[in-house]
Design a protein around this ligand. Structure first.
Ligand SMILES: NC(=O)c1ccc[n+]([C@@H]2O[C@H](COP(=O)([O-])OP(=O)(O)OC[C@H]3O[C@@H](n4cnc5c(N)ncnc54)[C@H](OP(=O)(O)O)[C@@H]3O)[C@@H](O)[C@H]2O)c1
Length: 345
């Protein structure tokens, strides 16, 4: 409920609502639908904190929420004809300026990062379990790009992929938001890692710790001779047969996502087929949707603090340039994650 709605229901005189700058959208579409304007600051629930946003990360999911595609997401509660949430953005880093009455983990003044609703704004509300303290030596920019993609990479490798030290891991889509975290995390967890990415990003993926990096436009999976204990399928829409072709005898496939699926379902047929086939073959074929858990964010905070994970920042933008940042996805030119410096202008 917004502050204005509360006041209308209780009949109290409307207090002057505090305004903030934010990136909003009133309809689904390309980055052209985004506007920068003044909106009401969010109210917080008892288990939420209000964050003064310093920086916000741009992730693929945000682009999906902007376009409303694949259409399946509209059926999942994000708004059928137009987006329910007007202010875009999930990844956040900033300073706590207000806490709800049930908040126990944070106090006013804490520097935090994690996932909020509507982070492309000067202020955002976030549930306490979706945040962690930002390690003191880590910049707001680096923390801001970590949560959404880092949690996905971590859960794909550990909770689902059950990676073990010494295993061989292939990350397909190693140069993107999720992949750049996956390569570093897999190395940190003791695996040897190879990657698949576009030509202009091969050096980036090597610098993150991958041994062999294949250009997805030059090398088909069928041409890779190595066999992997774990394959994370994050980019492209490789058929299940090709993905199984690079797995070791009892290897595990984790399908995280991939663009260029159909506009209705985004290509989740691959995920469904993998899960149906898995009980009948020696390979373990899985797919999953990441969940924002406190323990995952805290593990990532530890990796940021130790320097075992250094987020790859694709580009820096200010709030007014958010459409430009999202355009990098539209033209397929994201390398790592872009960051919006909300307080820079
Ligand atoms: N399951 C979940 O919970 C979950 C969570 C987050 C994201 N996702 C999904 O995961 C996918 C990746 O997200 P992201 O944020 O990492 O996206 P991203 O930043 O756009 O990265 C996409 C990656 O895919 C690579 N790629 C593009 N075409 C390819 C091809 N034909 N073969 C192999 N690789 C190819 C890109 O390489 P180059 O750019 O170097 O060419 C890049 O490394 C998206 O579909 C997203 O919706 C799922």
């Amino acid at each position: 409920m917004t502050r204005a709605e509360t006041e209308t229901r209780t009949g109290s005189a409307p207090a002057a609502a505090q305004q903030m700058r934010a990136v909003t959208q009133d309809r689904y579409g390309s980055s052209d639908v985004l506007q920068v304007g003044m909106v009401e600051r969010p109210d917080i629930a008892t288990d939420e904190v209000l964050i003064e946003v310093h920086a916000a990360g741009v992730d693929r999911g945000t682009e999906h929420l902007m376009t409303g595609k694949p259409y399946l997401i509209r059926l999942l509660g994000f708004g059928f004809r137009r987006p329910k949430q007007r202010v875009l953005g999930s990844d956040v880093a900033g300073t706590v300026i207000e806490i709800g009455s049930a908040v126990t983990r944070f106090k006013v003044g804490d520097e935090v990062f994690g996932v909020a609703e509507g982070s492309f704004a000067e202020y955002a509300a976030a549930k306490q379990e979706k945040l962690a303290l930002k390690p003191s030596g880590v910049s707001f920019e680096a923390a801001a790009v970590t949560a959404v993609s880092g949690i996905t990479a971590l859960q794909a490798l550990t909770d689902v992929g059950k990676v073990k030290p010494g295993q061989r891991v292939l990350v397909i889509g190693a140069s993107g938001g999720v992949g750049t975290f996956a390569v570093q995390l897999a190395r940190t967890l003791g695996a040897t890692v190879d990657g698949v990415a576009g030509a202009r990003n091969l050096e980036l993926v090597r610098s993150l710790g991958a041994e062999h990096v294949y250009d997805h436009r030059q090398t088909a999976l069928a041409d890779i001779t190595e066999r992997y204990d774990l394959v994370l399928d994050i980019g492209g829409q490789n058929p299940l047969r090709s993905l199984r072709g690079v797995l070791a005898e009892r290897g595990t496939l984790v399908i995280v996502g991939g663009e260029d699926g159909d506009r209705f379902t985004g290509g989740i047929g691959r995920q469904l087929r993998a899960m149906i086939l898995s009980p009948f073959v020696a390979h373990r074929l899985t797919a999953f949707i990441s969940k924002v858990h406190q323990s995952s964010i805290e593990q990532l905070a530890g990796h940021l603090a130790s320097g075992s994970v250094i987020p790859a920042i694709a580009g820096r933008f200010d709030l007014a340039e958010t459409a430009q940042a999202i355009r990098l996805f539209e033209i397929g030119k994201a390398s790592g994650k872009s960051v919006i410096n909300v307080r820079s202008a």
